[in-house]
Design a protein around this ligand. Structure first.
Ligand SMILES: [Zn+2]
Length: 121
């Protein structure tokens, strides 16, 4: 089976930084950071700390390559935590976010909850 490296059209549009992301994927190759798979069909570039909770969009230290499966799972956690942050009034919902609490607090909350969700699963 032929493997491909790709970013979805949606992600390219959303982040408007295709060249940075492409460079990162080309440099690091098709290896899932989470499960270590190299034989998946599709690999995506993920922001470790999601941009939506204050993660850095440009810093390579916030990038990781994930397979479809691991990326899907992480996205589920990300959505869940973001909803919690909105509910707890850390920030508003929607694309243009307004943070009511410092970004650092949002990131701390994200990290803690992400670890908890991972441990539960
Ligand atoms: Zn994986």
């Amino acid at each position: 089976m032929e493997t491909v490296v790709s970013l979805s059209r949606k992600n390219l549009h959303k982040n408007r930084e295709p060249s940075e992301k492409w460079k990162f994927i080309q440099k690091h190759g098709r290896v899932c950071k989470k499960c270590g798979s190299t034989d998946g069909y599709n690999y995506l570039l993920d922001h470790i700390i999601p941009i939506g909770v204050g993660g850095d969009i440009h810093n390579e230290n916030n990038f990781q390559i994930l397979c479809d499966r691991c990326h899907g799972k992480k996205s589920g956690f990300d959505r869940k935590i973001m909803n919690e942050l909105v509910k707890k009034k850390y920030m508003t919902k929607g694309i243009l976010k307004i943070f009511y609490k410092p970004i650092e607090e949002c990131i701390e909350y994200y990290k803690r909850r992400f670890k908890e969700l991972e441990d539960e699963n």
